[in-house]
Design a protein around this ligand. Structure first.
Ligand code: ZN
Length: 146
């Protein structure tokens, strides 16, 4: 290898990549179909790639890899009783003000189904409830990505 290219931490888990995490490690490449393809492999979260024809190319491609960002939920007032945001398909997040207890409840629903929300339900402010819903939304979206 001619010159070392500095490698960025993993965009998904923030893990620093050590030598064992490089996919040009012989033990790793012995099992691939094409030994001329290289990729950085995060040994913590197992994110790999993109592939390139050289180790430096693989590192440059890795460094250019951006962590996916999930869009912010777009909240609409829900008849003065809280807020509502469409998540994906027909799923919605709802935030409902419980006037008696002075708290906002987060829920998540599909048509014909009850809530599928397992996070902290009650929050002292609308902003805190929105943040909890956003965190749940991001976790659901990111869970579907490699
Ligand atoms: Zn990682």
């Amino acid at each position: 290898m001619s010159e070392e290219v500095e490698m960025k931490p993993c965009p998904f888990c923030g893990g620093e990549i050590d030598d064992m995490g490089k996919a040009d490690h012989p033990a790793y490449f012995a099992t691939t179909q094409n030994p001329t393809r290289y990729a950085v492999n995060c040994s913590r979260c197992l994110t790999m790639g993109p592939f390139a024809p050289s180790t430096n190319g693989a590192i440059l491609a890795w460094n250019a890899r951006a962590a996916p960002k999930v869009k912010a939920l777009e909240w609409k007032d829900f008849e003065g009783m809280g807020a509502k945001a469409g998540a994906y398909y027909q799923a919605n997040y709802m935030i409902t003000l419980w006037r008696g207890r002075g708290q906002f409840e987060v829920s998540f629903s599909y048509p014909g189904h009850g809530t599928g929300y397992d996070g902290e339900r009650f929050h002292d402010s609308l902003e805190a409830a929105k943040a909890a819903a956003q965190a749940d939304y991001e976790a659901r979206i990111l869970a579907a990505l490699e």
